[in-house]
Design a protein around this ligand. Sequence first.
Ligand code: HEC
Ligand code: HEC
Ligand code: HEC
Ligand code: HEC
Ligand code: HEC
Length: 218
Amino acid sequence: KGYKPEQPIYFSHKIHAGEQKIDCQLCHSSAKYGKVSEIPSMNVCMNCHRTISEYNAEHYMEPGKDKAFYDGEIQKIYAATGWDSQKQQYTGKTQPVEWTRIHNMPDFVYFNHAQHVVAGEQAIINSFNKKNPNNKIDVVCKACHGKIDTMNVVQMANDFTMGWCIECHRTTEVDMNNGYNKEYFKNLHEKLKKQYPKDGGKITVDAIGGIECGKCHY
Ligand code: HEC
Ligand code: HEC
Ligand code: HEC
Ligand code: HEC
Ligand code: HEC
């Protein structure tokens, strides 16, 4: 928790996801489909930055930073993609941007974004907001990653230990009516309700296998 490395381009989530309200999944588009959320390729940046070569936002300026600083950071996108902004063409000379990875589970852990971002979406948002009535979230990602849209520099918002996973599985009631669970647990649902009568028949993630070792470990 709190790990906050410097990145090769000063990319601010507060400016993109906060001020500009760009959806997380425009850039982290694979979170819906599988294990990994992925860091966007430079082509994704160029969809906008081919035309946005300067920082003009008068409404937000981080203390200690100025326009020249942000403009210089945008130039790094052009250096990486080989974009000649004068001639408006690619030179073919590219160089990879070496982002420092922040979250990184050990190899023996299986974590799947889609399971949480799609199947678990409503359950996670509802449960988080019930536990944190004064600090509600609108986007599922924030339950685990914190309010990324307020961070200029991303930092780990939780400790990402096994206890942290289990704690949430024990206390988050699954949404038995989402498309996936409705199909998968058609017959089991009634049985589970009887088997797990605590909290008046509420079914939390542990009841559907969420604390079985093999579900999270290879
Ligand atoms: C315009 C593109 C863009 C948008 C929109 C965006 N991100 Fe990112 N995200 C990035 C880039 C680039 C990085 C890598 C650099 C960094 O860590 O800041 C990153 C890094 C991250 C990381 C850390 C990855 C690691 O290394 O572990 C998390 C978590 C994350 N984003 C979550 C979010 C969430 C949640 C939202 C929406 C609130 C969001 N992002 C919106 C581009 C984006
Ligand atoms: C959907 C459009 C969009 C995408 C995609 C996008 N940006 Fe931006 N970016 C913006 C806007 C809008 C601004 C603010 C410009 C302004 O207000 O003048 C900005 C500002 C910036 C700045 C200066 C402020 C800061 O965050 O430091 C940098 C650097 C930057 N972008 C890098 C990136 C990188 C790297 C990517 C790809 C990972 C990316 N952007 C993807 C729209 C986008
Ligand atoms: C249930 C908790 C949880 C939720 C919800 C969640 N993440 Fe993650 N995220 C993680 C964990 C755990 C990792 C580390 C995965 C690993 O190392 O295998 C991670 C890693 C990442 C990374 C680094 C690349 C990767 O996939 O390893 C990015 C980027 C990211 N998350 C973005 C998002 C975005 C965007 C959302 C919402 C669409 C989101 N996350 C929702 C827990 C979560
Ligand atoms: C914020 C709450 C939350 C956190 C934190 C969380 N999960 Fe989950 N997880 C869920 C929910 C909700 C589901 C059930 C989704 C559904 O309805 O199928 C789930 C389901 C799963 C499943 C599927 C279980 C099954 O039997 O189908 C696995 C595997 C899993 N999570 C792994 C992890 C790992 C590994 C971590 C920690 C790195 C983690 N989760 C952290 C909420 C969470
Ligand atoms: C909900 C997901 C989840 C379940 C279920 C789970 N684990 Fe883990 N486990 C993790 C995560 C995530 C880590 C890595 C935490 C870290 O790196 O700090 C981990 C780490 C470990 C480690 C390594 C500890 C260390 O100090 O390095 C062992 C051993 C382990 N788990 C055993 C088990 C056993 C035995 C069970 C079943 C009783 C189990 N796990 C069930 C998510 C889970």
